[in-house]
Design a protein around this ligand. Structure first.
Ligand code: NAP
Length: 492
């Protein structure tokens, strides 16, 4: 039966005030499987007002211990409902169930991690030059935080933002992508079940038309956004009007660099999984594989052999390694990028087209595609494809590897495969990215700060320092002196 979703505003599950809806497609069957409300601007305003009322009405004064109890309860509920949440997300965005299932566990771990920090938001006492003055800081929540997520990993991306926002005492308005809102809405039911007061967590759905309303309302104190650079610029421009701080988690064109001294078997598996996991639709996809010249042919052959064995199929089947891409627009765009690369003379060694075959007839399947001997002029080497397309290119030495790795506007992640510990350290410092993996790739753990540099974004998620992005520091100075003083003499 088709799901008919509603949104969560001020503790009520509601349709759009004008009754508008959007279809949500199952990308494996290319069928509408749910409808979601297309919120109006008034609905967004109601959500922000409800969030602000909940903040001022008590949530900001809630002891950290109580927030921690709620966050831990929410994590328990996620674990208990993990199979359901994963199935909903996989049906909505086509990501293989083995990954969405693991991601629900990752998300619940995130809530537990920040539950542990909710009662540790402490300030400092600061010794000043003048001993008569007692100085200390208060760490305070910011207020209403707007959390906007992309469709590729809705629950994980949300946890990266919601867990620290709530732990720090903020209230939120969440906007998932129109292409995959259902898991976030199912999660909203668990928020309610966990016992969060009405209005603390609000969820509005709809397409980019409601974007402006989500970044311009005067009661918004913080925005955290995961998505593409074009949308990020719009949000940053709107936020600049009111000086609202924005965390941006954006795209990448990440290099995976294999040196000749590496464990090549492990490196090849890491390289293939690093790009074709999630059909290449991850911000950290290792889409540029740099291989030292002396082992280039050997690595290319091993990569192509491995790619030829990737199992495409129903994303709900635990044996499937690559599902469909998430929607029609993605499908058309990725095939367009591949066609443009071919037109520019790219040497496609495997793949390069839509994937056909038994069980794939109805889905947005694209063949895992590898371009070898990728020259620096290929536009596919500069653009984020966000699809199953790997470019392999050779390098002569460490200096050239660094130069190629950094020849991108992005700076999200990098992989380095070597058994030389000195080289690993040198490379980790030299690559311009927010995340560096050595002898592994796409390993994600709560506690390790995640985020980009350059055009990949600003801010860090999943770690202790993330709390700073959802709090403000107030300095308090108390004059304890008793002597009479010149009222015009400034204390310095
Ligand atoms: P997108 O088009 O930028 O959309 C992201 C979110 O912003 C969606 O919820 C979208 O809603 C919403 N949005 C659209 N216009 C808006 C506006 N004017 N104001 C406010 N919100 C607006 O990106 P996407 O295609 O969903 O995601 C792919 C991108 O996300 C890739 O570049 C990928 O690398 C990046 N990403 C980054 C990370 C990371 O952690 N660094 C993780 C995952 C993905 P609609 O979808 O309904 O239009």
């Amino acid at each position: 039966m088709m799901r008919q979703e509603t949104m969560l505003i001020g503790g009520q599950w509601v349709s759009a005030s004008d009754g508008g809806t959007l279809d949500s497609f199952d990308p494996f069957l290319q069928k509408v499987w749910a409808t979601i409300p297309q919120a109006t601007e008034d609905d967004v305003t109601s959500a922000i007002e409800a969030s602000d009322a909940a903040f001022r009405g008590g949530w900001r004064q809630t002891p950290g211990r109580d927030r921690a109890v709620l966050l831990n309860r929410l994590a328990d509920l996620m674990d208990q409902n993990a199979d359901d949440l994963a199935r909903i997300e996989t049906t909505d965005n086509g990501k293989v169930i083995r990954e969405t299932r693991a991601q629900v566990g990752f998300a619940s771990r995130n809530y537990r991690y920040f539950a542990g920090l909710a009662d540790k938001l402490q300030g400092e006492t600061i010794p000043l030059d003048n001993g008569d003055l007692f100085d200390f800081t208060l760490v305070e929540p910011m207020g209403v935080a707007v959390l906007i997520t992309a469709w590729n990993s809705p629950l994980t991306l949300l946890a990266n933002k919601l867990a620290p926002a709530l732990a720090a005492g903020n209230t939120v308005v969440i906007k998932p992508s129109e292409h995959a809102s259902c898991s976030t809405l199912a999660f909203g039911r668990l928020v309610e079940q966990a016992g969060f007061p009405p209005g603390v967590v609000n969820i509005v759905t709809g397409d980019g038309r409601i974007g402006p309303a989500l970044s311009t309302h005067p009661k918004i104190a913080k925005i955290s956004f995961t998505g593409g650079i074009v949308t990020a610029r719009k949000i940053l421009t709107a936020a600049a009007e009111r000086l609202v701080p924005v965390t941006t988690e954006l795209g990448g064109k990440s290099p995976n660099i294999i040196f000749a001294d590496a464990d090549l078997k492990a490196a090849v598996i890491g390289a293939v999984a690093g790009i074709f996991g999630a059909s290449g639709q991850t911000c950290i996809a290792g889409s540029r594989l740099l291989v030292e010249r002396s082992v280039y042919d050997e690595v290319c052959a091993a990569v192509l052999e491995k790619v030829g064995t990737i199992r495409l199929g129903n994303p709900l089947d635990t044996a499937t390694e690559m599902g469909p891409v998430a929607n029609r627009a993605q499908f058309d765009r990725i095939l367009g990028v591949i066609a443009a690369a071919k037109a520019e003379g790219a040497e496609v060694a495997i793949g390069g087209d839509a994937a056909m075959g038994e069980g794939l007839e109805n889905g947005f399947f694209i063949q895992p595609t590898v371009i070898v001997n990728a020259g620096p002029d290929l536009s596919v080497l500069r653009e984020e494809v966000f699809g199953p397309v790997l470019c392999i290119l050779p390098f002569e030495d460490e200096a050239e590897a660094v130069r190629i790795a950094n020849a991108t506007d992005f700076g999200l992640a990098a992989g380095i495969w070597t058994n030389d510990i000195r080289r690993a350290h040198r490379m980790a410092r030299a690559v311009e990215s927010g995340v560096v993996w050595v002898n592994t790739y796409r390993a994600s753990f709560v506690g390790a700060p995640f985020g980009g540099t350059k055009q990949s974004g600003v801010g860090r998620e999943r770690a202790i320092q993330t709390l700073r992005e959802y709090t403000k520091v107030k300095n308090v100075m108390i004059d304890l002196s008793e002597e009479e003083r010149d009222p015009f003499a400034m204390k310095l």
